[in-house]
Design a protein around this ligand. Structure first.
Ligand code: FEO
Ligand code: CA
Ligand code: CA
Ligand code: CA
Length: 599
């Protein structure tokens, strides 16, 4: 879009009803949101609306097994503490999902995205050594544990349940799909390229109709470095953000030193499928879904039963993706369903339009098509899957403002995606309509013919986040459904409940100053897609992010993730108070009258 078009767009009425011009879920849902909205907050607390109660379920370091040491403020890292890290709830909880058992019992599966060395170690992680690295490697991954509802309606963790399990940076995982065995997947420790140790930077998640959990590997590059200062990073390694010094000092472990193990990073950046009902199952890295910085996976079934998985790659100017399975889901054939993510077609989005709406298409990333061949450095389908970002650029995918979560409405008609922000954007376009986008937006699309197999779709912008008080006269004010009462920045977590409420979680600037004045701490909001109404439902502690959401089957308990309170040594003591170390925590929320959350 040219500069003058950008200005023209800024003067149009910014309507949340947008391109579709119709209410996607029907006007009768006008009264979907029943609670009284919260004001912005800068308090060191989780606050929920009047008539609701909130309570921690579990915090970083809490035991999953009775033989684990309880959480301790002590920062001594010895052998016992390193082993203990595999027996407790990991750090930085992010995406999560509930898997029902019976009698108000569930398995809760939670990603542990990364670690906060500034809080883990007495030197704030300034001088890393192999013990500290080993401790961190055991604190991330995935935590799986049973929870049970008690008489007061709240849930508690069931210690020592046979389902309880920790998955870490060392847990063996199989490679599935055509990248299995490829030479780029082979290492000294795994000459066949078939078995990987661990999963890294598990951001958000997905849940399959056949009862498995999908954990998404996002910023894996943060864990890799190169000890040899002469090491030359390849074009692909650079595109994935690889650099000489890792963020965490893990190149002390030679597996994470790319100058010694150049293929090890190729074994991360995947979607990993886990069967939580079988604690002995081996997680599967699903290479058919491509390698990038995966945020989450939202699955819808096409009318015919094909599995359609929508995914975003969270980095400035990266892409939106869609996977379609080769085989159909068959509820009567659980054994076959287990491998539906083994094979299929991966597509990337090309998006066009004007005035915040338009059309788009999904372009297949197939070897031999659209320039994906040896002339551009691709020698097989495995090459394409391992270097998905490069393939997306070759076929002309549209660079987006950092795709985060994707959520489909309960009818499976509209698919929404958060584009969190993109401070690097130099040229606005239809779907990413602001240069130096500091606030983010939510885009939505529906496939032509309401058929998710269709490669054509229509789209519009559901909301542009913004600050109408600071910038009343241009696109930075946001769409008309953003007001001084509900403003926020950097939408990230996104999920529909079964009634059609759209829950939006923020991971943005919490300074409450300047461009962000009036927004307060990070928060969770509830939107009515039929009317565009947006109300603030939860405000989070100091320097935390709200990420991860799950509901009990009756929708009377909501689980919400509070990640990294007090990051970078900000003055939070959540949840324990006093002068305690802040800890990432999952909270549970109920309505005092026992009603449906949000009603
Ligand atoms: Fe882990 Fe893109 O957030
Ligand atoms: Ca995060
Ligand atoms: Ca996120
Ligand atoms: Ca984010």
């Amino acid at each position: 879009m040219q500069r003058r078009d950008f200005l023209k767009t800024s003067s149009i009425a910014l309507s949340y009803i947008g391109f579709f011009g119709v209410l996607p879920l029907g006007a009768k849902e006008n009264h979907l949101i029943g609670f009284k909205a919260l004001p912005a907050s800068t308090q060191d607390a989780v606050i929920v609306p009047e008539g609701y109660e909130v309570k921690p379920l579990i915090s970083f370091g809490d035991p999953l097994f009775s033989d684990a040491m309880p959480w301790s403020e002590k920062k001594i890292i010895d052998k016992n503490r390193i082993i203990n890290a595999t027996r407790v709830f990991g750090d930085n909880n992010d995406g999560m999902a509930l898997f029902p058992l019976n009698n108000n019992r569930y398995i809760l599966v939670v990603n542990n995205e990364y670690i906060n060395p500034e809080w883990l170690f007495s030197d704030n992680g300034k001088n890393m050594d192999s013990s500290k690295v080993a401790y961190e490697q055991n604190l991330l991954g995935v935590s799986i544990f049973e929870i049970k509802q008690t008489k007061n309606g709240f849930f508690k963790v069931v210690l020592d349940s046979p389902y309880n399990r920790r998955i870490t940076a060392h847990t063996p995982m199989q490679i599935s799909g055509v990248a299995k065995g490829h030479k780029s997947m082979q290492t000294q420790a795994d000459e066949k390229g078939e078995l990987i140790l661990g999963t890294l930077n598990n951001c958000a998640n997905g849940q399959t109709p056949w009862g498995t959990y999908l954990t998404c590997e996002e910023n894996f590059d943060n864990f890799f470095g190169a000890s040899d200062s002469n090491y030359q990073f390849t074009q692909s390694q650079k595109r994935y953000g690889m650099k000489a010094r890792s963020n965490y000092g893990w190149e002390l472990d030679c597996r994470f030193d790319v100058s010694k193990n150049p293929n090890e990073p190729n074994r991360f950046g995947w979607v990993v499928e886990i069967d939580p009902y079988n604690p002995n199952s081996t997680p599967m890295k699903r290479t058919a879904l491509g390698r990038f910085k995966h945020e989450n996976v939202e699955i819808v079934l096409s009318k015919e039963g094909y599995v359609v998985a929508y995914m975003g790659d969270d980095e400035a100017d990266e892409f939106l993706y869609k996977f379609v399975s080769k085989e159909k889901f068959d509820s009567k054939n659980p054994k076959k369903n287990k491998n539906l993510l083994e094979e299929g077609t991966l597509y990337v989005a090309r998006i066009q339009g004007e005035n915040l709406s338009g059309e788009g298409e999904w372009i297949a990333l197939n070897y031999g098509q659209n320039g994906l061949d040896s002339t551009n450095g691709f020698y097989s389908q495995a090459d394409i899957l391992i270097n998905t970002r490069l393939a997306g650029s070759i076929v002309g995918a549209t660079p987006m403002d950092r795709p985060e979560w994707i959520a489909a409405d309960p009818k499976g008609e509209f698919v929404y995606a958060t584009l969190t922000n993109n401070k690097k954007r130099e040229m606005a376009d239809a779907a990413n309509p602001r240069e130096k986008n500091i606030y983010g937006q939510i885009i939505r699309w529906n496939p032509k013919g309401k058929n998710h197999l269709n490669t054509k779709f229509k789209w519009d912008i559901f909301l542009l986040a913004g600050n109408p008080m600071q910038y009343p006269n241009d696109l930075r004010k946001g769409t008309s459904n953003i007001t001084s009462e509900n403003m926020f920045n950097s939408p990230d977590g996104l999920k529909f409940d079964k009634f059609g409420r759209l829950w939006i979680q923020s991971d943005g600037d919490y300074s409450n100053k300047g461009d962000y004045a009036g927004m307060g701490n990070n928060q969770m909001l509830c939107a009515n897609p039929a009317t565009g109404e947006i109300k603030r439902f939860l405000t989070a502690p100091i320097a935390s992010e709200v990420t991860g959401i799950a509901f009990s089957q009756d929708y009377k308990t909501m689980f919400v993730g509070i990640q990294h309170p007090g990051e970078k040594l900000a003055p939070s003591h959540y949840p324990d108070g006093g002068d305690s170390t802040p800890r990432s925590t999952i909270v549970q929320i109920t309505k005092k009258d026992g009603g449906i959350i949000g009603s």
